[in-house]
Design a binder for this molecule. Structure first.
Ligand code: PAF
Length: 282
């Protein structure tokens, strides 16, 4: 695996591949790699001649400094995983390379960034869109892979790519889950033993809620019951449970009251201070 730390180093390798007419798959990450990332890489390997992975913990997308400070950083372990996964190029820039100061330009995302994750994490999607735009320009990939767990991020990136006429194809890969249904996330390592036991209940209960909604039951009633069940178990386990939102949304991330095709339930909740997100189709 080749490694590059600056855009111009990465471009030297990438330009060669393009001259050789190799297709390039790109998986942008913030490191702390887990099986979910490896599933994106596996898909990219199957669909492209060469695969590039970036590791960059993007300060612009953290609205909470302590969240940024506590974000796991495991570069050497990540490098081994990427080598084992036969990735062709690792791009791992520093913050000063990625965002030279003073910063004069940022991507400003419109109303689609105001609800849900955008509401609870002000500025988050502007930060994501800014770094993803830069990464897409540096890597120039044929296909770029994102995990469906961050469904609102996928919508923001898709829309940005359409509006700015980026030539890349965005591929969304289904959420990779533990056996009990908990979505893989870099934050899972911060769950205590008791909060880890409570964590999968949200997805398990929302799956039942989705089934009831399809069968015609009232969405807000079944969603509220699902949340209450998680709250009860968390209380019994002495785990602090808070939720930011659990809602039925359409593809514009507007809330909807009634079942129709293509809806999803989106959820964000906190267990003993660790914030988790998930979503599932109804
Ligand atoms: O999903 C992530 O890991 C990040 O938001 C991304 C897309 C790498 C941008 O920093």
């Amino acid at each position: 695996m080749e490694s590059s730390y600056r855009p111009e180093e990465a471009r030297e390798v990438l330009d060669q591949w393009r001259l050789q007419r190799r297709s390039i798959g790109f998986v942008p990450t913030m490191g702390a790699l887990h099986a979910g990332h490896l599933s994106l890489i596996e898909r990219a390997k199957g669909e492209n001649d060469k695969v590039v992975v970036s590791i960059f913990v993007n300060p612009l997308q953290f609205n909470d400094q302590s969240d940024f400070d506590n974000y796991p950083s495991t570069l050497e372990q990540d490098r081994t995983l990427l080598e084992d996964a036969a990735v062709d190029l690792l791009f791992a820039p520093t913050a000063s390379v990625m965002h030279p100061m003073p910063m004069n330009f940022k991507v400003a995302v419109g109303p689609m960034a105001e609800a849900y994750e955008g509401y609870y994490r002000p500025g988050h999607f502007d930060g994501v869109a800014t770094v993803v735009a830069k990464l897409l320009l540096i890597v120039g990939a044929s296909r770029v892979y994102f995990g469906e767990k961050d469904i609102q991020q996928c919508s923001v990136v898709r829309r940005m790519v359409e509006e700015f006429h980026f030539p890349n194809r965005i591929e969304v890969v289904s959420t990779y889950r533990e056996e009990d249904g908990l979505a893989f996330s870099s934050r899972n390592v911060r769950l205590t033993a008791s909060s880890r036991r409570v964590a999968p209940l949200m997805y398990q209960n929302l799956q039942k809620a989705a089934k009831s909604i399809r069968e015609g039951q009232d969405p807000s009633f079944v969603i509220n019951s699902a949340i209450e069940e998680v709250a009860t178990v968390a209380k019994e386990a002495n785990v602090d449970f808070q939720f930011d939102y659990v809602d039925l949304v359409d593809e514009t991330f507007g809330p909807v009251a009634q079942f129709s095709e293509g809806l999803r339930i989106v959820a964000a909740w906190t267990l003993d201070g660790v914030r988790l997100i998930d979503n599932l189709s109804v």
